[in-house]
Ligand binder design. Structure first.
Ligand code: SAH
Length: 442
């Protein structure tokens, strides 16, 4: 039976969400054929041209990093790109049910691993704070379950603009925020439900301790290196200035091997690959932390299991956008290679997934939660929005199959730690991880 029904998680009525545009970031686009007249010379383009003229062509990874997170001009740093008025929309912005079910997932893992007296909820790339807000609402509603547990929230965010929006969404305005731009903890406050909340630019600055980590549509914005197989071997794709057209960038192949080639598997059979060393570093750090102190990480994103080739693409105003045009005005993204994430976790922690979003949410009880919200709502427009949101998240042709869930857990969690062992229980413990199998309230 669903936890949400039994415990009556609210609010029982629906929370208003953005109108749903027809496109989301999971879609594909091959870059490179936009006419030059559609290429305004943005400050970022000027910066990149200067950089390339001084030091030569740059890798796609360096291009992505500069365009997205350059501290002065990066796309993510000074704007709110999410939602109806922005460039793309994400699941928590579409439906409150998404975050509510993830909140239940964390509580379910907390209970399954012995109900520790404290935990940290750590989100990487929290966007507008909507997802963590929905999760915290579930924690409040299940206050009787969590009453003896000390919870703190830790957000890893590079964007100044988005961190301000997160603070507005999540914190109690009567308690002033503590700000210290020079410190690894650049902002601190208290959430509306009275939980301490802190902001960091890097995961390694978040205190080590029993934690639940969350990364939704985070790994896809990390910089990728791109490689093309040639008769001479793997050659990295670089970005150079087009000699034919002024102020235009183009892709070129490196004349010889480059160091990032070390990230390509020896038995690779594809002729084009994207590798994301930053994702590997973060997964290693998460794995070490989970192995050391317990907890779990939940990663949700669009991606593949080491099978796709050219997935680098741009988004602007809910439309696909040529990645080399008007850099700094559009989001850049590439599919997450879950087989690589799994390899980086191997030996340190256990991993589950990737499994499709529609399977994960179904296992978490999305149908029952939708029914509860529909039954409580008399407003036709709210009911329509709930149904449209459900369709967007679950429809295999929309986000249902393109998005995946992947989890990192301590080995003992799947083998069955002392507190989990039950002599009469013969089922493997892996089947008890909610989402990856049906949610069972323990
Ligand atoms: N998780 C949110 C937002 C996804 S957009 C949602 O689903 O709605 C990507 C988020 O990652 C943004 O908050 C962006 O500012 C942040 N981000 C991008 N690069 C980052 C980096 N290198 N370190 C930390 N945060 C980053």
């Amino acid at each position: 039976m669903s936890v949400l029904v039994r415990s009556g998680v609210g609010p029982l009525c629906a929370v208003a969400r953005a109108a749903i545009p027809s496109i989301w970031r999971g879609k594909y686009f091959s870059s490179g054929n936009e006419p030059a007249e559609n290429n305004p010379v943005t400050p970022m383009l000027r910066h990149l041209i200067y950089k390339i003229k001084s030091t030569g062509p740059i890798t796609v990874a360096e291009y992505m990093k500069e365009v997205l997170t350059n501290p002065a001009k990066g796309y993510y740093v000074y704007r709110d790109m999410l939602g109806e008025q922005g460039d793309f929309i994400t699941s928590p912005e579409i439906s409150q049910i998404f975050g509510e079910l993830l909140g239940i997932w964390f509580i379910s893992e907390w209970m399954a691993t012995g109900k520790s007296t404290a935990f940290q909820l750590v989100e990487l790339g929290p966007g507008r704070g909507t997802l963590v807000g929905d999760i915290l609402r579930v924690f409040t509603q299940l206050g009787s379950v969590l009453k003896n547990c000390d919870i703190s929230v830790h957000l890893v965010e590079v964007s100044q603009k988005l961190s301000e929006i997160q603070a507005l969404t999540l914190t109690e305005e009567k308690v002033p925020l503590e700000r210290n731009a020079g410190s690894p903890v650049y902002m601190k406050g208290v959430t509306k439900s009275g939980i301490p909340i802190s902001w960091y630019r890097h995961l390694h600055d978040v205190p080590k301790g029993y934690s639940f980590y969350l990364a939704h549509e985070f790994f896809d914005v990390l910089p990728v290196h791109k490689f093309q197989k040639t008769p001479q071997g793997w050659r990295e794709v670089f970005i150079d200035i087009d000699p034919q057209v002024s102020d235009k960038l183009r892709f070129v192949l490196a004349p010889s091997a480059t160091p990032a080639e070390a990230f390509i598997q020896h038995d690779e059979t594809r002729d084009h690959v994207e590798v994301c060393p930053d994702a590997g570093v973060i997964i290693e750090e998460l794995s070490q932390r989970i192995a050391l102190t317990g907890g779990a990480a939940l990663v949700a994103d669009y991606g593949h299991d080491g099978t796709k080739t050219d997935t680098f693409r741009g988004f602007c105003g809910h439309k696909l956008h040529d990645v080399l045009i008007a850099p700094g005005t559009a989001d850049l993204t590439a599919d997450v290679d879950f087989s690589y994430l799994r390899r980086m976790a191997q030996g340190k922690v256990a991993s589950l997934g990737p499994i499709k979003q529609h399977t994960f949410l179904k296992n978490m009880g999305i149908d029952v939660r939708l029914k509860v919200l529909l039954d409580k709502s008399n407003e036709p427009s709210v009911r329509q929005q709930l149904l449209q949101g459900y369709d967007m998240l679950m429809n295999p042709k929309k986000m249902g199959e393109r998005f995946n869930f992947f989890a990192l857990l301590p080995h003992e969690r799947l083998e069955g730690g002392r507190h989990q062992r039950n002599a009469r229980q013969s089922k493997p413990f892996a089947s008890l991880v909610a989402g990856f199998s049906e949610l069972a309230w323990q």
